[in-house]
Design a binder for this molecule. Structure first.
Ligand code: CA
Length: 237
């Protein structure tokens, strides 16, 4: 369902008071409506599925940490965009953070401008995804069926659920079916990141999609590699 809200609504979860107040002020100055939660418990009390366009979630929080907040939010809304804030010393946690359902992460300390760019990028992707899936939320290819609203899928291997990021990548490939898309294009449009992240990220996600949807992932019928160019979703009509 398409929402026409005047201001994007952000839930900001941050326990460092000075940082929280600074971020709240700056996000409001950028035209966002902000609810502030000082710990994980408060975040879960404030959270209502569909209420927030984005959750900016600190990882280390009192009572309930960011992983657990993300996990519980995800069980209620698989598509809720979450930007995780991590400390530089928690590099290993980044991966688990993304697996726990964060769509993107930012390492502290960060520049305010960097955060604002990430936030805007995530909101842009959210609105692209909503527009794209509005007319066609159910897609079938081969023996696969994907519901882009609740991310529930069926394949020859059974029923399962995609993560928001997997769904976005698949959607982008399907929207550009029978055309070659480069890793850089995918990074920019699906992840909203440029040079700072390796294109291997894209390859890892492609491997996951093939495992889900291809009868033989080593010989893909839909999600094909185009040597030195990128990927192509092939669908003969
Ligand atoms: Ca913290």
């Amino acid at each position: 369902m398409k929402k026409n809200k005047a201001k994007p609504h952000i839930l900001l979860v941050e326990d460092e008071e000075t940082l929280a107040i600074g971020l709240e002020f700056n996000l409001q100055a950028e035209g966002f409506e902000v609810d502030l939660a000082a710990d994980g418990r408060q975040a879960l009390e404030l959270y209502v599925p569909g209420k927030y366009d984005l959750i900016v979630l600190d990882l280390m929080l009192p009572y309930v940490d960011g992983f657990e907040v993300a996990r519980r939010v995800r069980t209620q809304d698989a598509r809720q965009p979450i930007l995780m804030l991590t400390a530089r010393t928690q590099a290993a946690d980044k991966i688990s953070g993304l697996q726990a359902g964060a769509d993107d992460y930012l390492t502290k300390p960060f520049h305010l401008q960097e955060l604002l760019l990430r936030v805007q990028g995530m909101l842009k992707r959210k609105s692209w995804y909503e527009t794209s899936t509005e007319d066609e939320s159910q897609v079938r290819f081969g023996r696969n069926e994907v519901n882009f609203d609740n991310l529930q899928c069926r394949s020859a291997k059974g029923a399962f659920q995609l993560t928001a990021q997997e769904a976005m990548l698949l959607r982008y490939l399907i929207d550009h079916k029978n055309k070659v898309v480069s890793r850089e294009e995918l990074l920019e449009n699906v992840w909203n990141i440029h040079s700072d992240v390796e294109t291997r990220t894209v390859d890892n996600f492609i491997v996951r999609l093939r495992k889900y949807f291809e009868d033989d992932p080593s010989n893909p019928q839909f999600i094909k590699s185009v040597r030195s160019k990128g990927y192509l979703f092939e669908l003969k009509e």
